[in-house]
Each structure stands twice: as C-alpha cells, then as structure tokens.
Design a protein around this ligand. Structure first.
Ligand SMILES: [Zn+2]
Length: 67
C-alpha cells in the first residue's frame, strides 16, 4: 500500500499515490472521453455505459473566470 502526499489516502498503485493530493484530481469520464491507454475501464451493469476514473491536473479544471 502507498500513502499519498497529504497522508490522507491510501492506494494500492504507486503511481496513483504519487498523483493524489499532488496537483491532480480524480475524475470520472464516460464513453469517448476515456483517454487511450486507460486500464481501469468499468462498465455500468444497468446502462452498459463505459466509464473510468482518471487523474486530471487541477489546473485543467480551473476556468479562466476563477483565476
Ligand atoms: Zn490524497
């Protein structure tokens, strides 16, 4: 197990732990928004919709209005 930078979260994956609380946010993306190379794609049982949790840099989520 790996502990993230803030020591508030534990991950089984070293790369996840490195990004958590370290300039990245965990976000859920659906269907075509899922980047190539994503390995943890899930399928919703009811809808058949594909989704995945990915890391997104905090800066990419900040709109110009917030700066
Ligand atoms: Zn964290």
């Amino acid at each position: 197990m790996y502990i993230c930078k803030s020591r508030n979260h534990v991950w089984s994956n070293k790369e996840d732990a490195r990004k958590c609380c370290n300039g990245y946010q965990r976000v859920v993306v659906f269907g075509n928004e899922i980047p190539d190379g994503t390995t943890n794609i899930q399928v919703d049982e009811k809808t058949g919709l594909r989704y995945a949790r990915i890391w997104q840099k905090d800066a990419e989520k900040i709109s110009p209005k917030m700066l």
